[in-house]
Design a binder for this molecule. Sequence first.
Ligand code: DSN
Length: 424
Amino acid sequence: MTTEVGDPYLAEVERTDPQIYRLIKAEEQYQVDSIRLIPSENYTSRAVMEATGSVLANKYSEGYPGKRYYEGQRNVDALETLVQERAKGLFGVGHANVQPYSGSPANLAVYYALLEPGDKIMGLALPHGGHLTHGWGVSATGRFWTSVRYEVDPKTHLIDYDRVRAIAKAERPKIIVAGATAYPRLYDFATFGEIAKGAGAYFLADISHISGLIVAGVHPDPAPYADAIMTTTHKTLRGPRGAMILCKQEHAEAIDKAVFPALQGGPHENTIAGIGVALREAATPDFRAYGRQVVANAKVLAAELRERGFDLVTGGTDNHLILIDLTGKKVIGKKAAKALDRAGIVGNYNTIPFDPRKPFSPSGLRIGTPSVTTRGMKEEEMRRIARWMDEVVAHVDDGDALDRIAAEVRDFCRGFPAPGMHVV
Ligand code: DSN
């Protein structure tokens, strides 16, 4: 049983729109009662949520600080400038655009700024952990530009930098993208930068998954090597849903023009305020400790799963993310993900490199530790989670077992209050 402890933050929603209120509260309860392992999700602080839900949602501010198309920007200009400065300081870059609505439009803006239509984008293949917007065919980025892919090594499932270099040399792409949604190891940004330079290509580091780890000092930093860095703000960085483009000063004008007026209209200054709060939080020693614990937790969870006979892509993890190949467990990813969800453990089914199955029903399961670490869970809790996961995967068709585990998970979660929640 959980106890409602009152939520002044949503009092007006409750009064004026009970249907929406109930759905928000149900989601809140779900987020409190479950072990959230989707590696691209997190819990933002209440401060981030308050800024994101503030009166800044009332504004229109097309343009940039000092160059707007609307009057009434005295506070918004100061706000956006402050957030830009925080982003530049935290990531050590010359220019920051904090307006992109999210990661996909932000990547589109980078290509729009640096490439001509039809130019070649070279990115990690989607089934190997890359992102749709790294030039995959069903994405606009694969339609308006030509794409060439690199893959992970068939044996180690690691990025083979010699192979990346050879493809870059042969294909002469205009831009090389490093970054992924399902790669559990560190990126060698220095080598990517050197390969791009050698091929006469721009280098884009899409650090959406790992920006919080970079800030925390537990992942190499692309800033010295990349022409542009794109990050979403809601994953390990623990801000609201949004994105930023960070770049060398020489690309600032092109990037800004690509975001507005080429691709977007008015920026969401309320989101920008939430990003600002998250950047301030990310600049603290507490956040560095958080990043270290995210990785420590992922390593323990990976080791515990391996001990229970789970095959992990690349054999383990160096970051926040674990990609499990369930073939040996004789369970398909989707079935495992659904059973885990019923048991209160939320991950997502995912393609694994060289997956013989189709993307909508692949062999893998993707999990990660950003959210559970935000709740204060540590190594001991990772061992407990691995035991539950093992039990669930062994009993995917046993509804009673899954419901029993869900009750245990709910009890367990009560010991780890989630930030910003008004249910316990
Ligand atoms: N959807 C994000 C993820 O889950 O990794 C990437 O866009």
